[in-house]
Design a protein around this ligand. Structure first.
Ligand SMILES: Cc1cc2nc3c(=O)[nH]c(=O)nc-3n(C[C@H](O)[C@H](O)[C@H](O)COP(=O)(O)O)c2cc1C
Length: 299
């Protein structure tokens, strides 16, 4: 029976759910699906669409097929760090603009040779550009999907997507590894449909996602082992385990955090650029003898 109290709670809940994903001025939300697979109607695309089907608030799903974008290699000029325009004329600006315009994101990549699709690394190599947008991307809810085909062959893929999301300051509501080998078969397994439903729920929930597995700071599952502690290979936070296997945090977290904390790195890089300009002549003297060594060959 729906009592007056219950009715109020339901209405309150609906309002809450709507306010969890940032508004665009209209009631409809924009969910951006970043598809890391070149396959049309492949598993990544289908699974992202399946998550969208379960999101029970009014939204538009916009999709970008990342391997179709033109993403050039970073020229290592540090121009962006000094707030100058990037000399690369490609689709990075389009991509970052779309990310800032979205209310929430679903990011999916196929596992290729024990890692994410290389497009994510290409984008990450241009990650200094993220700093310009950090205030707008920070805290945006997202879901990460690693689509793999073979048991025990997921490799380091989850770390790459976490890295992508963390450098943008996104709020990772869920990171899952979904098994589907044949192109497009992913939702034929009803367990995957249920997972998509739960991820849709997580994306619009205000609950903080606890990092049950992996690093207690950022959730990354790959750690370096030192004598008495583990060091996260992603955020560099350190922790150990007690005699019951519970994680005990040692450091205060790592390189990620609020924009102010993350932007300290940009300041450090600016300082390095200044240091380089001061030392340039001295450095040149040591490198000149190497200039004409070896023969560069091209295809
Ligand atoms: C080039 C290539 C490399 C792959 N390497 C792996 C791998 O290392 N581990 C794995 O579990 N699956 C691997 N797979 C399987 C895909 O991850 C799997 O089929 C996935 O569902 C593809 O998603 P998509 O249909 O969205 O492209 C590979 C597939 C391709 C085409």
């Amino acid at each position: 029976m729906v009592t007056v109290h219950n009715k109020f709670s339901i209405i309150k809940n609906i309002v809450m759910i709507k306010s969890k994903i940032r508004t665009q001025g209209t009631n409809s939300k924009l969910i951006l699906g970043l598809i890391g697979s070149p396959r049309q109607l492949g598993n990544c695309e289908i699974f992202v669409k399946e998550i969208s089907r379960h999101i029970d608030i009014d939204h538009t799903l916009c999709l970008i097929r990342l391997p179709s974008l033109k993403i050039l290699p970073c020229k290592a000029c540090y121009g962006c760090i000094m707030d100058k325009p990037c000399p690369n004329k490609d689709d990075m600006e389009f991509l970052l603009h779309q990310i800032t315009q979205s209310d929430a994101m679903i990011v999916a990549s196929p596992v290729y040779f024990l890692g994410s699709h290389s497009i994510f690394k290409s984008i990450l190599d241009r990650g200094f550009l993220f700093y310009h947008f950090l205030q707008k991307t920070y805290g945006k809810p997202c879901i990460l999907v690693n689509m793999y085909g073979i048991k025990e062959r997921i490799g380091v893929a989850p770390q790459t997507l976490r890295s992508f999301a963390s450098f943008l300051g996104l709020n990772i509501k869920g990171s899952v590894n979904v098994k589907a080998a044949l192109p497009g078969e992913v939702i034929m397994d009803t367990k995957n449909v249920e997972r998509a439903r739960k991820l849709a729920e997580a994306l619009s929930s205000s609950k903080t996602t606890k990092n049950v597995y992996g690093c207690p700071f950022c959730g990354c599952e790959i750690v370096r082992m030192e004598k008495k502690r583990f060091i996260c290979t992603l955020c560099h936070g350190s922790f150990s385990t007690d005699h019951k296997g519970n994680k005990v945090k040692i450091s205060e977290g790592g390189i990620f955090g609020n924009p102010e904390h993350m932007l300290l790195h940009k300041e450090w890089l600016r300082g390095m650029k200044k240091r380089f300009l001061e030392k340039r002549k001295e450095i040149l003297k040591t490198i000149i003898p190497y200039r004409d060594m070896g023969e560069w060959i091209e295809p």
